[in-house]
Design a binder for this molecule. Structure first.
Ligand code: PLP
Length: 329
């Protein structure tokens, strides 16, 4: 990636003249079966730009109460776009119950905001990294068509879902009007996300990107790493998934910890500490001193994510260190 960045051919992307950015956008769109792509700085910017493009002020968005867009993006679409979020309970597998979705759609009535958009997350970070299936997406698509709603997929980890399910990423987003995915998660690029959609959608999204300060100049230096990510880093996500399973197997009978092997389908492992008085932030600090980096995601919960830089031996080492630190409690 560093070499590709150093050698990247560049131009001014605000004028659409950076050949490396243009190539990355075309590659991403083709990969997802969409007409066009847009390179953005981050997944948060990608989701925001999509919501600003789909919705006007006072429009309502249906989204999961554990979704990244609702929980971790500062309510940006409300703060900057006046968009009204309506949360529905995420099921443990990351889906929204289709009955809940249908019940939440507002009838045409002067009292109500207008329901415009359904936002789904695939894989679902806070729901064990679960992949949403093409069958589920078809069910959502059918409801959206019936009510003239649009669908946005926060596919930060869409390629993890595709690899886990053994389908093309395009099969997971054929019902979606827009999709965001991250180059900077499992695909291991230093920076960047892509938004994909129809040519008309992307033309408007490009305006939204500019107003949030996301117009970049010689961005080919970072897009070059994204091209390497898309061409070389997708198939190997299967290794991350195997390593996540290996980690869970190493922890499943650990005292003081509860992990659910049945939930681990991709690269994310949540573990809950069952001993009284042990705090995840304290445990994470102790683990980090031995080189094991986990994220506290609740007072008693930690998240591990396997990646390009962790192999099977690392995972075995991590499991040993986690057992040791938890037992010392
Ligand atoms: C990381 C993530 C994002 C946001 O990406 P950033 O690049 O960190 O802004 C959005 N959605 C999900 C599901 C994510 O995991």
């Amino acid at each position: 990636m560093r070499r590709a960045m150093a050698e990247a051919e560049v131009g001014d992307d605000v004028f659409g003249e950076d050949p490396t950015v243009n190539r990355l956008e075309e590659m991403a769109a083709e990969r997802l079966g969409k007409e066009a792509g847009l390179f953005v700085v981050s997944g948060t910017m990608g989701n925001l730009v999509c919501l600003l493009t789909h919705c006007g002020r006072g429009d309502e968005v249906l989204l999961g109460d554990r979704s990244h867009t609702f929980v971790y993006e500062q309510g940006g679409s409300a703060a900057l776009g006046g968009i009204h979020p309506r949360t529905l309970p995420n099921q443990p597998d990351g889906t929204l119950d289709l009955v809940h979705v249908e019940e939440a759609i507002r009838p045409d009535n002067i009292h109500f905001p207008r329901t415009r958009l359904i936002v789904l997350e695939n894989t679902h970070n806070r729901c064990s990294g679960s992949p949403l299936t093409p069958e589920y997406m078809r069910g959502v698509g059918e409801i959206a068509r019936r009510h003239s709603l649009r669908i946005h997929v926060d596919g930060a980890r869409i390629f993890n879902a595709a690899v886990a399910l053994g389908v093309d990423a395009s099969d997971l987003v054929s019902e979606a009007d827009s999709v965001t995915f991250c180059l900077s998660k499992g695909l291991a690029a230093p920076v960047g996300s892509l938004v994909c959609g129809s040519r008309d959608f992307i033309r408007e999204a490009r305006r939204a990107r500019k107003v949030v300060g996301g117009g970049m100049r010689q961005a080919g230096v970072i897009a070059a790493a994204g091209i390497v990510a898309l061409t070389e880093m997708v198939d190997r996500l299967a290794d991350d998934h195997a390593n996540a399973r290996r980690l869970v197997e190493g922890l499943v009978d650990a005292e003081g910890l509860s992990v659910d092997p049945g939930k681990v389908q991709t690269n994310i492992v949540y573990m809950n500490m069952t001993q009284d008085g042990l705090l995840s932030a304290v445990v994470a600090e102790q683990l980090s001193r031995e080189g094991v980096l986990l994220l506290p995601t609740g007072p008693r919960q930690l998240r591990a994510v396997t990646n390009y830089h962790t192999n099977g031996d690392d995972v075995d080492y991590a499991a040993d260190v986690i057992r040791k630190v938890i037992n010392k409690g």
